[in-house]
Design a protein around this ligand. Structure first.
Ligand code: FES
Length: 100
């Protein structure tokens, strides 16, 4: 089945935010911002760790660099990902991981 023009919903654990429909393969960081989601982005290149989130749902596996950063910021959370590195391929539900 073609994935062309397919869209997926990104929903949030925080009910204050409506789900956002995102095109297949689009980067979360290109669509989500502080107005339409509880997620925060910093560098958007996978370096700063600002965008660490917990994800429910299927995603492509993280690359080596993302795995290295997740080992620093969320070593005990197998559901942790860097939001800025996610290309959407299915519906997911997310929440930011806070470090305070
Ligand atoms: S925004 Fe910096 S690692 Fe994602």
């Amino acid at each position: 089945m073609s994935t062309e023009n397919k869209r997926h919903l990104v929903s949030f654990f925080d009910p204050a935010f409506e789900p956002v429909s995102i095109e297949h393969g689009e980067l979360l960081s290109e669509v989500l911002d502080a107005k339409n989601s509880p997620l925060l982005f910093g560098c958007r290149t996978g370096i700063c760790g600002t965008c660490v989130i917990e994800v429910e749902g299927e995603l492509p596996e993280p690359d080596e660099e993302e795995i290295e950063l997740l080992e620093v910021y969320a070593p005990d959370n197998p559901k942790a990902r860097l939001a800025c590195q996610i290309e959407l391929t299915d519906a997911i539900r997310v929440r930011p991981l806070n470090f305070d």
